[in-house]
Ligand binder design. Sequence first.
Ligand SMILES: C[S@@+](CC[C@H](N)C(=O)[O-])C[C@H]1O[C@@H](n2cnc3c(N)ncnc32)[C@H](O)[C@@H]1O
Length: 242
Amino acid sequence: MPRQSPSVPRRARNDLRQYDDLAHTWWDPYGPFCSLHWLARSRAKLVPAAPPEGGRLLDVGCGGGLLAPHVHGYEHVGVDLSDAGLAVAADHGIEAVKADAADLPFDDASFDVVVAGEILEHVTDLDATVAEALRVLRPGGTFVCDTINDTLLARIVLVTLGERIHGGPPPACHDPALFVDPERLQRLCAAGGVALEVHGIRPQPLRFAAFALGRRTTVEMVRTRSLATVYQGVGVKSGARL
Ligand SMILES: C[S@@+](CC[C@H](N)C(=O)[O-])C[C@H]1O[C@@H](n2cnc3c(N)ncnc32)[C@H](O)[C@@H]1O
């Protein structure tokens, strides 16, 4: 059953213009990005409390700014390539900057926290994207990410099935060729000074069923032992605080 409105153009897999096409739906809890709301809330739990004097948080691939309601006390800067997404993020209090995640326009060590939520599986230069995220993170700062593993199960659950069910990703959102092996991600993070701890996450099944029946607007994400589909990572950058 097609999930996409006929007014939305058909795009190739991972064509980033999809984020402009769908920008009006970012904050719809039942819209095509609904699962990103659940993930943003879960991701925010890995972000340390802001220091009393405040801090700077970079949200790489911020999209429509869904992380904004869940993090407090930070100057929240978001980068993205989607103009329409950045406009929505700015409306939700994010300092929106148009930039490629692989070439960030920020000084070294200029953020206390760098978050990369559901973007790493969309970039064509993963090495540069991770290197840039960790370059701008200060020593002692925290890197938080979530992404999709490069497994057959992830392809089945998130592409073959997921794109056909309400609560899954929008059609053609992902190119499975870009899915991210966690060991590769950990190696890239280690090269940038971050020992990344990873754990799997999935929607809580009963809550997901209630969402699918229209009885809930959100679904809690819970941890799993398996990294085979969606996983989160968190780590602190080595070195003394500058
Ligand atoms: C799946 S969305 C995730 C958005 C947000 N992080 C969230 O979880 O709600 C991926 C976002 O990454 C952005 N993106 C993809 N490739 C990018 C790149 N190379 N540089 C900056 N943003 C990028 C897209 O425009 C899109 O807004």
